[in-house]
Design a protein around this ligand. Structure first.
Ligand SMILES: Cc1cc2nc3c(=O)[nH]c(=O)nc-3n(C[C@H](O)[C@H](O)[C@H](O)COP(=O)(O)O)c2cc1C
Ligand code: SF4
Length: 396
């Protein structure tokens, strides 16, 4: 294993200590600690983790009274965002931390089942994950009455089949139920009616891996790392024009420039933060910081040097969205196609500047009218690349 350094996820850790700590504290205190730590989801949107858990815990639908048997914690290991590969590293190298994080989350929301939704391309990890689950069962770390007070919990694996949209939590749940992976209308939200219509929390791999450390070291320790609204650390998957691509753990609040230096990147003209659905920054903005208050990211950082053509980058992203749109709603299904077609026409000199303004308006409408985050986020790369590299869109 490559030696990895970082303030939280790759520090030395005693197996099962977070889980034992949770049982000592009881679920109300665990919830309060995670809330106090300010943990926010690492999957991209940054939703406060404790708040999501509380919604599921508090679900009062009369159908859900027998709650201990009917709640689910799902680990989102679909990792489909272009340029993101940090969850793969956690799954390969910190699997114990992840399973323990799932157990802690399950204990807190009173779930009896955890499910890892594993990206289709990660099926080579199946044996390793399954083997660890079986060992934990044999050692009594999964199964019945884990806390001595009646808490039962087990973990299963479900394979994804390679669609980007299945990383969206409601499409993921549809897929797990055996349907086409298409996003659902909300409400109801998964915390009230998720998998099998039961209260379900979906958390990212990295979010879950933070939990054992938070319980062991305490909320104050966690809050000292990062910024006021983005506490803790973030894993970045860094790729593109740099000499040291890879997965890095950084405290929130780090500048783009510092990230470029870590990765050995020089002569850089653009950085795409957050993958295809994120925003593009140009060189004069490299003092901006990675955090929810400034530039948020699920972890993907793609670096472009001066030899890259940003129109080709945009065409590539739009082609990706067109391919991955589930086609359920018109703004996304037709909008992605119009944007791609428009950029190609502009590059051939077949369209006017006014038409480009119309395309920008269209992307804004897609952000408002699309049903899920896929269609809603197309405007991020579209607007940010055009605003910063307009010249290349015409003459690239
Ligand atoms: C198109 C699309 C793809 C997504 N893919 C992922 C993914 O691969 N992994 C992930 O954790 N979240 C992904 N999300 C976000 C999830 O819907 C969800 O917000 C997240 O898993 C919640 O976990 P967190 O609160 O721990 O961040 C995606 C969202 C969209 C709209
Ligand atoms: S926004 Fe796109 S991916 Fe999402 S539901 Fe609509 S068509 Fe499907």
């Amino acid at each position: 294993m490559t030696e990895r350094k970082g303030p939280i996820l790759f520090r030395p850790y005693t197996a099962f200590s977070g889980m034992r700590k949770a049982f000592e504290m009881g679920n109300a205190k665990v919830l309060a600690t995670v809330k106090d730590a300010g943990l926010r989801g690492r999957g991209g949107a940054g939703f406060p983790t404790a708040m999501k858990w509380k919604f599921a815990l508090d679900d009062i639908s009369k159908d859900h009274q027998d709650y201990s048997k009917d709640r689910f914690i799902i680990c989102n290991a679909d990792e489909g965002e272009p340029g993101t590969f940090k969850d793969r590293v956690l799954l390969e190298e910190q699997l114990g931390l992840l399973l323990e994080g799932m157990l802690i989350a399950g204990y807190t929301i009173r779930a009896s089942t955890g499910i890892i939704f594993l990206r289709g391309e990660y099926n080579y990890m199946w044996d390793q994950i399954k083997g660890t689950i079986l060992r934990w069962r044999a050692e009594g770390m999964l199964g019945e009455n884990l806390d001595g007070k009646g808490f039962d919990f087990d973990i299963h694996i479900r394979m994804g089949a390679g669609a980007y949209v299945c990383g969206e939590e409601t499409a993921l749940i549809e897929s797990m139920e055996g349907y086409r992976g298409e996003p659902r209308n909300r409400p109801p939200f998964p915390v009230n009616a998720g998998f099998n219509k039961r209260p379900t929390v979906v958390n990212n791999v990295e979010t879950l891996c933070q939990l054992p450390h938070i319980l062991n070291e305490g909320a104050d320790w966690f809050k000292k790392i990062g910024t006021e609204e983005s506490t803790g650390s973030k894993l970045l998957s860094i790729s593109g024009d740099c000499s040291k691509p890879g997965v890095y753990e950084v405290p929130f609040g780090v500048t783009i420039q510092a990230v470029l230096e870590l990765a050995g990147a020089v002569g850089i003209k653009a950085v795409q933060v957050g993958g295809a659905s994120g925003i593009c920054l140009s060189a004069h903005e490299f003092d901006r910081t990675i955090c929810f208050e400034d530039v948020p990211t699920g972890g993907s950082i793609i670096i472009f040097n001066t030899t890259r053509n940003m129109r080709e980058v945009l065409v590539n992203f739009l082609g990706f969205f067109m391919e991955e749109s589930c086609g359920q709603c018109t703004p996304c299904r037709y909008g992605t196609e119009c944007l791609l077609d428009g950029i190609l026409q502009l590059s051939r000199g077949e369209c006017s500047d006014e038409y480009l303004s119309e395309l920008l308006d269209l992307s804004d409408s897609m952000a408002i009218a699309s049903k899920c985050g896929l269609g809603q986020s197309v405007a991020n790369p579209f607007r940010s690349i055009i605003e910063r590299f307009r010249g290349e869109i015409y003459h690239g």
